[in-house]
Design a protein around this ligand. Structure first.
Ligand code: MNH
Ligand code: ZN
Length: 183
């Protein structure tokens, strides 16, 4: 996992729990003296361990933490890559472009990133069907990112995780119902 993702978790933990809490988490889950550099890669187990300890500290479940983190992560990625996010005119436009545009740009900017396979199709106005597949099985993080994107466009989104890799399916199926407020 790229350092940029760890930096997002670091910013979230420091904002919610303070610097001392983050230092404790790091000490427990990373080699001594660990500093996350956005463009570099670190073991996936490290972010899983950190997220698990955040869950314990806040009495949240792991899926809840990954979802909250994903939502926060969208703003973090937007701040780091504003041109990519600004190139989409709407929530739906961004969502259907994750695999073929956003992550293609990411693969040009980062050396050998580990990205999920995401296929998102507009079934009808207000309804997108997303298929998610990744060895890392971070589908709850994907849910959070979708909510982060919805917030960015002022869209109200409701998700239904119709099938999940964590239940043995070969990919997750996320139904996205969204409504753009009239104004
Ligand atoms: Mn994207 C990793 C989904 C928007 C850049 N992204 C991930 C992962 C998920 C994901 C899930 C975790 C890896 C995995 O599951 O195997 N990403 C999304 C979704 C949206 C999204 C659902 C929008 C909604 N991602 C974006 C945007 C950017 C971005 C916007 C940047 C402009 N994503 C990344 C980077 C990684 C990543 C960078 C980390 C890759 C790595 O660690 O090697
Ligand atoms: Zn899932």
């Amino acid at each position: 996992m790229k350092g940029v993702i760890f930096r997002g978790l670091e910013a979230l933990v420091i904002e919610k729990c303070g610097m001392a809490a983050w230092d404790d988490l790091l000490e427990k889950n990373a080699p001594e003296g660990r500093v996350y550099i956005s463009a570099e890669s670190y073991p996936d187990e490290e972010i899983v361990g950190l997220a698990q300890d955040v869950a314990t500290a806040l009495s949240m479940s792991m899926p809840e933490v990954l979802k909250a983190f994903g939502e926060y992560l969208f703003s973090h990625l937007k701040a780091r890559h504003p041109a990519i996010v600004d190139s989409f005119n709407s929530f739906a436009d961004l969502i259907i472009s994750i695999d073929k545009v956003i992550h293609v740009e990411v693969a040009k900017l980062y050396h050998e990133p580990n990205l999920p396979e995401i296929d998102a199709q507009i079934i009808e106005d207000g309804f997108i069907l997303m298929r998610y597949n990744s060895k890392r099985q971070l589908c709850m993080c994907a849910e959070g990112l979708i909510f982060g994107a919805a917030a960015h466009y002022g869209v109200d989104a409701k998700l239904n995780h119709a099938q999940c890799m964590h239940d043995g399916f070969d990919s997750c199926l996320i139904e996205i119902k969204y409504e753009t407020p009239h104004g």
